[in-house]
Ligand binder design. Structure first.
Ligand SMILES: [Zn+2]
Ligand SMILES: [Zn+2]
Length: 229
């Protein structure tokens, strides 16, 4: 009866949990990690037993990143947000981009570069850590000069990594294994847009994001003195 996304033996013991990709279940994931005794860690040292490395690749929406960041802060969680300098969807040099970085740091999170191969230009806005956007196998786990690469072998093994790629957990939602302390340590990659905007599929979630985006764009136009009458 458990959905594929939630599939695991103990599913009936947490029957109330739907494993939805929404903020409520993201909070449950964090609570599960706390119940399992995990501590929040960063990519500034080799992972230790009990570490939970929360990683967010911000592909589309700094606003969604901030919503997730506030929720984490409320639960005492800290994460590393990877932001792009070459995004089609947002401008890190805009007031919104700069404000996002400042607020993330204020909330106790770290900021790394979500880089586009082969450019790994980390300026002083970033901690020395990088995650490649849409990486190819040929370089995904190669060391990077002057920065930690989140997919280099010390940070990655199939047993200690989970990702919500395109709104799908390849190995099941990790909340039960976190609550039971079954991971020695874990790198948990989640994309804020997926959790902040509603939708049962990635397609629906993206359409919901675009609806929200339209409102935001209208406000930006008004702020830019565009006559919308
Ligand atoms: Zn779950
Ligand atoms: Zn990406």
């Amino acid at each position: 009866m458990a959905s594929a996304a939630c599939g695991s033996k103990a599913a009936d013991s947490i029957a109330a949990v739907s494993c939805a990709f929404d903020l409520a279940h993201y909070r449950e994931l964090l609570e599960a990690a706390l119940a399992g005794g995990y501590r929040f860690a960063f990519f500034d040292r080799d992972p230790q037993p009990g570490d939970l490395l929360l990683r967010h690749d911000v592909d589309l929406s700094p606003a969604a990143a901030l919503d997730l960041a506030e929720a984490e802060h409320e639960l005492g969680a800290a994460a590393t947000y990877f932001l792009m300098t070459e995004s089609v969807f947002y401008n890190l040099a805009s007031p919104e981009g700069e404000g996002t970085m400042a607020r993330l740091r204020e909330l106790g999170h770290r900021v790394g570069l979500h880089a586009v191969w082969p450019r790994a230009k980390l300026d002083d806005r970033f901690d020395p850590v990088l995650a490649w956007h849409n990486p190819e196998p040929s370089y995904i786990s190669e060391p990077v000069a002057g920065a930690a690469n989140v997919m280099e072998p010390r940070f990655f093994s199939p047993e200690t990594y989970r990702s919500d790629s395109n709104q799908h957990w390849r190995s099941g939602c990790p909340h039960e294994d976190l609550a039971a302390g079954r991971f020695e340590w874990l790198q948990l990659l989640t994309h804020p847009e997926i959790w902040v905007h509603p939708g049962d599929t990635m397609g629906e979630t993206m359409l919901a994001m675009l609806d929200a985006e339209r409102e935001r764009r209208l406000q930006q136009l008004a702020a830019d003195n565009i006559d919308l009458s």
